[in-house]
Design a protein around this ligand. Structure first.
Ligand SMILES: [Zn+2]
Length: 127
């Protein structure tokens, strides 16, 4: 087995493994500190915190599965807002969330609206 490459620690000068991120002699951080992919975004952009309409649209879309509340309409409106925001500011992300909100909210919003309308018609016709 080959000896791992050793470099002198930039802080204390002791020989340390080149791939080490912390010097085992002085405990200082050495080597390159991995830059975070997103400034101030620990989730790596999975959750679009900077695009609230898209995020809320996503949750409204998910919750629009529950009948009896027209939250699907809210999801569609917020989803469109989120998409516009993502278009104007690509760094805010959230396009996927916005689309999920629009699609889920649209489908379930339509289903529950249709169900409600048909229910009212049926009730009215039954009188
Ligand atoms: Zn050191």
């Amino acid at each position: 087995m080959a000896e791992p490459e050793r470099i002198p620690c930039p802080v204390c000068g002791e020989k340390i493994i080149a791939t080490a991120s912390i010097c085992r002699f002085c405990g200082e951080q050495v080597g390159e500190v991995r830059p975070s992919r997103e400034e101030g975004d620990s989730t790596g952009g999975v959750i679009p915190y900077k695009n609230m309409p898209a995020l809320i649209a996503y949750y409204c879309g998910v919750f629009s599965i529950i009948p009896c509340f027209p939250i699907g309409i809210v999801a569609v409106v917020l989803g469109i807002m989120g998409l516009k925001r993502a278009k104007q500011h690509p760094e805010v992300k959230g396009k996927a969330h916005a689309w999920i909100g629009i699609i889920a909210g649209g489908i379930f919003g339509l289903i529950w609206t249709a169900t409600t309308v048909l229910g009212i018609i049926a009730a009215a016709a039954g009188r």
